[in-house]
Design a binder for this molecule. Structure first.
Ligand code: T5A
Ligand code: NA
Length: 213
């Protein structure tokens, strides 16, 4: 009888929320927190604007290029797929990834434009599924007050209201929903224990699951 030991692995932890909800602030704080505790952790973000697809996405977001709604949706998905093998390799070798936006942003933003919900989910089927999704909950009005929206394409109140509705349709009970209107420190304190718990749980070596199960 061959007994296969489960290898400890890193956790895939995703932060989602409206523009200005505080994802980047919290993602970097959580990654630092884990590193200070001695865990192997990296901060990732999507879109990854450094790759070829990422540069096309970045130009689209900055309104310097135009694209068909479905085309840009597929590019956002491709931008995740091109990182899939590295993502899985990191997780399997014990590195936790704190990811600023993931497939849920893909679906929430494109379906807010009116694209079919299931169609939006389809290209991300098979990507590594997060072990924890943290949703930074803030009203579109309050987010808009946080530092003026810049010039990026989606930073408009009416559109963010539609995105908020799409996120509601995506959410399930497994998500950790946090009141993101509290101070940065307060939000971070709420997240720390849950993130640590998730990291410890993944060290048991349970296999990585895949979207959208
Ligand atoms: N998109 C993305 C798609 O359409 N499809 C996809 O598949 C993906 C992955 C990417 C855009 O692309 C779309 C979604 C986005 O529109 P981005 O590069 O991720 O954009 O940029 P944003 O999400 O817009 O990033 P923001 O910088 O606007 O928002 P964050 O990261 O949520 O917020 P953060 O932490 O940078 O904070 C924003 C401001 O608020 C302050 C910060 O200091 C900062 O000034 N702040 C707080 N103030 C008070 N209290 C708090 N608790 C605060 N937290 C942060
Ligand atoms: Na951000």
């Amino acid at each position: 009888l061959e007994v296969k030991m489960k290898e400890p692995r890193g956790a895939l932890i995703v932060l989602e929320g409206l523009d200005r909800s505080g994802k980047s602030s919290q993602s970097s704080r959580l990654a630092s927190y884990l590193k200070e505790k001695g865990y192997s952790a990296e901060l990732w973000r999507f879109p990854d604007r450094t790759t070829d697809t990422g540069k096309m996405i970045s130009a689209y977001l900055a309104n310097t290029s135009q694209m068909d709604d479905r085309c840009i949706h597929l590019l956002f998905s491709a931008n995740r797929w091109e990182k899939r093998s590295l993502m899985e390799a990191k997780l399997k070798t014990g590195t936790t990834l704190i990811v600023d936006r993931y497939s849920y942003s893909g679906v929430a933003f494109s379906s807010a434009k009116g694209l079919d919900f299931q169609w939006c989910k389809a290209p991300d089927i098979g990507l590594p599924a997060p072990d924890l999704v943290i949703f930074l909950d803030i009203s579109p009005e309050e987010a808009a007050r946080r530092g003026e929206y810049g010039v990026e394409r989606y930073e408009k109140l009416d559109f963010q209201k539609k995105v908020a509705e799409s996120y509601k349709a995506l959410r399930d009970n497994s998500w950790m929903v946090v009141d993101a209107s509290q101070s940065i420190d307060h939000v971070e304190n709420e997240l720390r224990d849950k993130v640590l718990e998730c990291v410890l749980d993944c060290q048991k070596g349970n296999p990585i699951s895949h979207l959208w199960l």
